[in-house]
Design a protein around this ligand. Structure first.
Ligand code: SF4
Length: 353
């Protein structure tokens, strides 16, 4: 059981801001190694670059999620988030200018990023730094901005939108009351309520992250996805990735077939092709679609269901996979063979009627 309270105060201000407003100061930014190459700050060989610039704000979280290298009691390297390396970036204005330039190139038909995502580590100063980074980015560029951040307070969501974010992601991560409390600390129902309240207040502008493979059932995951998709919440789907030094380092990643079924359900919900009542579950596992197999196959045939799910243009290359290893989230269009194999896996475990 994690000790911290779900109702912990927001990060403390460092100066004396107006009441309820986090103090703003120059952000401590880290840039994911692939992002550095995508925006021209470094040169790393990669067969697939990010289409979103991923920037981390802050380091070493106040919270203590069992899967996270940035957790308070984690022994993992300080430059990791999931299995991705995030070198310190130095001057934030240089980074933001590089993002703006890359986005401008992309909008002119060239190569570049189409979105920027601030991944906020919950420490004393990161919220104020994030507001400053969002404002600075918006001053320079029209690039879509999303912020992924743990928040208790809807007023801070409003501040992020006022600063220029177009999407705010409030990560639930862990599905189920007992599992959430054990892995993240605090309460699942409270986290879900906050996401749903925000989704009602800012339709189409709220997202969440869900991690598959922490011990939840496929049914619990799929039913939650259906509920949230029905409220217009964007689902960023992740495969649990064990990272050395974290509390859950010894736990295995999810079964690929199980992950493919959840990806298929998520995508079919998002496309409005099925609802949760069109699925058959047995012992918590998705075992069938109440649709002819040929129809399900035709829907899934292009492979879109198996690409990275989340905000538009978020592809997160190698966030959950090793180069050359099992690909949970394809960061690019699938080949015909890859798509056919993924659909076969789904229909082998959950055939149509
Ligand atoms: S879905 Fe992707 S772009 Fe959106 S908040 Fe999550 S990581 Fe960032």
């Amino acid at each position: 059981m994690k000790p911290e309270s779900e109702h912990a105060a927001q990060p403390a201000a460092q100066t004396s801001p107006a009441k309820g407003t986090p103090a703003e100061r120059a952000p401590r930014l880290r840039v994911s190694v692939g992002t550095g190459t995508a925006i021209g700050l470094n040169q790393v060989r990669a067969d697939c670059l990010p289409t979103t610039a991923y920037l981390m704000v802050g380091e070493r979280c106040d919270r203590n999620c069992g899967f996270c290298p940035q957790a308070r009691e984690s022994g993992a390297r300080a430059d990791l988030l999931s299995r991705v390396t995030w070198p310190a970036a130095g001057d934030p204005e240089t980074v933001i200018a590089a993002v703006a330039g890359s986005h401008e190139a992309a909008t002119s038909g060239g190569e570049g990023v189409k979105r920027v995502c601030f991944q906020v580590i919950h420490d004393r100063a990161s919220l104020g730094e994030t507001l400053e980074a969002v404002r600075s980015t918006r001053r320079r560029s029209s690039v879509p901005i999303c912020v992924s951040v743990f928040l208790n307070d809807q007023a801070v969501v409003a501040q992020l939108f006022e600063a220029g974010a177009d999407h705010v992601t409030m990560p639930i991560d862990v599905v189920g009351e007992e599992l959430y409390h054990r892995v993240k600390g605090g309460g699942f129902s409270g986290a879900l309520k906050r996401v749903e309240e925000a989704a009602a207040r800012w339709p189409g502008k709220i997202g969440t992250h869900l991690i598959v493979g922490l011990g939840e059932t496929e049914e619990d995951m799929v039913r939650l996805i259906a509920r949230l998709v029905g409220q217009g919440v964007t689902i960023g789907l992740f495969a649990f990735t064990p990272v050395r030094g974290t509390e859950l380092a010894a736990q295995a990643p999810p079964d690929l077939a199980s992950y493919r079924r959840i990806q298929a359900a998520n995508w079919l919900f998002g496309e409005g092709l099925i609802g949760p009542d069109d699925l058959v579950f047995a012992d918590g596992r998705l075992v069938g679609f109440r649709r002819p197999s040929a129809v399900v196959r035709s829907w899934l045939a292009a492979g879109e269901a198996f690409r990275t799910a989340g905000c538009p243009d978020c592809n997160r290359p190698y966030y959950n996979e090793r180069p050359g290893g099992v690909i949970y989230n394809y960061p690019r269009p699938l080949t015909a063979d890859e798509a056919a194999a993924a659909v076969d896996v789904v229909l082998a475990g959950a055939p149509g009627v």
